[in-house]
Design a protein around this ligand. Structure first.
Ligand code: CMC
Length: 435
């Protein structure tokens, strides 16, 4: 019978080590037993960018990148996007099961009644420059919430933790809408408790002088579906930041602010804004082959293409393409769609992209929908941050309750100078030290 172990021979000493495999994986801490002398530090795993390192065990989201599969708590993303609302999915991610009717109505009621911002926070937002990026305003405002909710530091009190999870999910659309209104110079619109999560967001963004905002149901549903698709994506860059900051027992507002910072980068959530800028730069469809040549020459990247985990079509991109058709029925076709479709067509046939398994990701089409609905590109990443807050909080809570959690603290391979004197002009050779 095969054993669930791994045997490693150290060719420096000829010694043999047998390590257990847990769920088929090696605990890299076991490698420390491999030493050439008793005072040797032992062998570490060297894995910049965590290309092959699992940082936690999680029951929340499954991605099978080779088969293009994404599931939340076991449910396929396609079914959730078709049959559920965003707040149902939020409950699922946080609690592990879909809510009953009673649980759902209580949950919706709770979120609806925590959408208001403390007036000091609203005034805080007013202090930003008129041309501040909405993502920077959102990040700073979320961080500022910890000045209002001091109970947020009691992260091991289940009720307090729940209260602050509710506050964050409920207030994200309010802060996002206020950041947008601030950049336009429009007065802030208070939440309307008669509306759904997506409709209320639209109300806070776009209501002008009309007494009651009425959302277009197709556009409100499209925003809800996009929120479902963006709600979680296991251990991506920003979620890793959320867990890492949270592992020091910082409050959830500090951890979410950190995660928003990570999401804002163009290689992560910021890619959706960059896709639109790229489509603007390319211009008409006829210019696509020349742009593809630039990408292949290494002059630029095709934004919205490629993914660390998906090496097959991103399933979210497929759903977004369908949603785009429904939205364009209402708004008219986004003129950039032709260029985007041509880029996709050429890239999917081109050897450069095929051999590297580069396919459109979630960000490739989402910006076209957002623009058609009426958002400026600067708001696109903010639209990603609102739903991803749910995933961040679910992962944060799972981390806090996991008995294996310790403060996140990677090792390094030191490649700098060995000990030297300030007075000495000599520069000794760099050495490698584990620490
Ligand atoms: N355009 C052109 N070439 C690319 C692209 C691209 N978008 N993405 C990867 N490559 C090439 C890359 O140059 C490398 O080629 P080579 O082997 O010749 O050096 C090869 O493909 C492997 O790429 P990598 O950079 O090692 O892959 P990674 O897993 O480290 O990076 C990525 C993943 C998403 C950062 C990257 O594909 C990328 O920068 N894409 C564009 C930005 C983007 O759309 N980001 C959104 C990701 S999905 C949503 C999210 O996570 O927020």
């Amino acid at each position: 019978m095969s054993k669930e172990t791994l045997t490693i021979i150290d060719n420096r000493t000829g010694r043999e080590y047998e390590f257990p495999l847990i769920d088929g994986n090696l605990r890299t801490a076991d490698l420390r037993q491999i030493k050439i002398a008793p005072d040797d530090f032992g062998v570490m795993g060297y894995d910049p960018a965590f290309m092959n390192t699992a940082s936690c065990r999680s029951q929340i989201t499954l991605i099978d990148g080779d088969r293009g599969i994404l599931r939340y708590r076991g449910y396929p993303i396609e079914e959730l996007a078709e049959k559920c609302s965003f707040l149902e999915v939020a409950w699922l991610l946080l609690n592990g099961e879909l809510p009953s009717d009673t649980q759902l109505s209580e949950w919706v009621d709770e979120i609806t009644h925590h959408t208001m911002l403390h007036e000091t926070t609203r005034k805080f937002l007013e202090g930003f420059r008129y041309d501040a990026h909405p993502m920077s305003m959102l990040m700073s405002t979320v961080a500022a919430l910890s000045t209002v909710y001091k109970d947020a530091r009691n992260i091991f009190d289940p009720q307090g933790r729940h209260r602050n999870i509710v506050r964050l999910i409920a207030k994200m659309p309010t802060m996002a809408a206020y950041a947008y209104r601030h950049s336009r110079g429009f007065p802030y619109v208070y939440p309307d408790n008669d509306l759904t999560y997506a409709e209320n967001f639209m109300n806070m963004l776009w209501r002008m002088v009309e007494p009651k905002y009425v959302a277009n149901p197709t556009l409100a549903r499209a925003i809800d579906v996009l929120f479902i698709l963006h709600a979680d994506h296991e251990q991506n860059c920003s979620t890793n930041v959320m867990r890492s900051v949270g592992s020091s027992h910082a409050d959830p507002f500090a951890a979410v602010a950190g995660a928003i910072g990570a999401l804002s980068g163009p290689l992560h959530g910021g890619a959706n804004e960059q896709v639109l800028k790229m489509l603007d730069e390319i211009g008409p469809k006829a210019n696509v082959p020349a742009y593809i040549r630039k990408v292949k020459n290494g002059e630029c990247k095709l934004m919205g293409f490629g993914h660390r985990v998906y090496k097959n079509y991103d399933p979210r991109a497929r759903i977004i393409k369908q949603t785009a058709d429904e939205v364009f029925e209402v708004t008219g076709r986004n003129p950039k769609l032709e260029t985007a479709l041509e880029l996709e067509r050429i890239a999917l046939e081109d050897d450069y992209f095929v051999t590297r398994k580069l396919y459109p990701n979630v960000d490739f089409y989402s910006g076209l929908i957002y623009q058609a609905v009426g958002f400026q590109p600067e708001m696109f990443t903010v639209l990603f941050a609102i739903p991803r807050t749910v995933g961040w909080l679910a992962q944060w809570q799972e981390m806090l309750l996991d008995p294996e959690t310790k403060i996140a603290r990677p090792r390094q391979v030191y490649t700098g100078y060995p000990l030297r004197d300030v007075g000495s002009m000599e520069e000794p050779e760099a050495e490698t030290v584990m620490a």
